[in-house]
Design a protein around this ligand. Sequence first.
Ligand code: NAP
Length: 308
Amino acid sequence: MTSTTSNINAKTYEASAARQVAFVGLGVMGYPMAGHLARAGHQVTVYNRTAAKSIAWCAEFAGASASKHALTPRLAAHQADVVFCCVGNDDDLAQVTLGADGAFAGMQPGAVLVDHTTASASVARELSTAAKNLGLRFVDAPVSGGQAGAQNGLLTVMCGGDQAAFDLAQPVAMAFSRAFTLLGESGAGQLAKMVNQICIAGLVQGLSEAIAFGQQAGLDMNQVLDVIGKGAAQSWQLDNRGKTMVANKFDFGFAVDWMRKDLGLVLDEAKRNGARLPVTALVDQFYADVQHMGGQRWDTSSLIKRLR
Ligand code: NAP
C-alpha cells in the first residue's frame, strides 16, 4: 500500500445523511474503505495500531471531510454513530473492541460496531452479547471482493445481526459496498463468508489441475481458457486468475496466509456443526505446502505451484 498517492478509485456515492463514523484498522482493506467513507462526506475518525498509517490516511483524505485520527479505538469511537473495524483475526478483534481502550468503552448508547474482519462466528456472537450488555449494537460483516473491491468501493458484504443495527449501518456502508446484505442473526455473516471460502478453495484447486494438465499436454492454455471461459467451466477465478496462473504470476491480493486462517475457521466450525468437508480439508493442507515453499504472501492461485 502506498501512503502518498490515492489508492481508491472514483465512485459515485448514493445520497446518505452525513454521519460521524470511526474506522479501526487501516490495513490493505481498511485504508481504502475508510477513504470511501470520507469521500462520501462522512466525518471519519480513524485509528490504526501503527500510527504512521493514520497520519498518511489523514494526509490523503482529511481534506475530503472533517476527518481526523485518534490514539486509541476508544477515543476514535467516542462520538461515532457507526464504528467500522477491519483487523486480522479473533484475537485482534477482541483487543480493539474490549478492554479499557477498546472501541466499546468509548461508544455512546445505541451506536453500532460493524466488524469487517474475517473472524469466527463464535467471536461475533460473543461481541454481539457484550455490545448488547452495554446498550450497544454489533454487526458481523466480513467482505468479499479483495483489495480491488475495497479500492473501487465495490465490496460484497455478508452481515449477521439484528435488523435495527443493520439498518443503521447499511446506508453508510454503501460508500464502499456493491451489496451489503443481512443474512441472519449474529454470526450469520461469518458463516456465509465460510461458505464463500469453501467454494473458492475447491475451485482454485480444480483450476490449478486443469491448467497444469493442459500445459503438460502441450496446449496453448491462454487460448483454451478463452474458449472454455465461454462455457460451463467459466468462473471468476478462471476469468481473473487463469492467465496469471499460466504466466506463473502470484502477486494478486488475497494471500495464502489469510486463506489458511479462513480455512482454519471453516474446519473448526465444521467440527462443531458436523459438516463433512473432505476437499476443503485437503486443499487446506495443499496451502500448507505452499506456505512451506515460501508462498505465505503469494495470492491464493499459487496452489498450482505444487503441481509444477
Ligand atoms: P492487513 O493489511 O494485514 O491489515 C490488518 C490491520 O489490522 C492493520 O491495520 C493492523 O494494524 C490491524 N491490526 C492487526 N492486529 C491488531 C491488533 N492486535 N490491534 C490493533 N490493530 C491490529 O490485513 P487486510 O488485508 O486489510 O485484511 C483484514 C481482514 O480482512 C482480515 O481478516 C482478512 O482475512 C480480511 N479480508 C482480506 C482481504 C484481502 O484481499 N486482503 C479480502 C477479504 C477479507 P497495523 O497497521 O499496526 O499492523
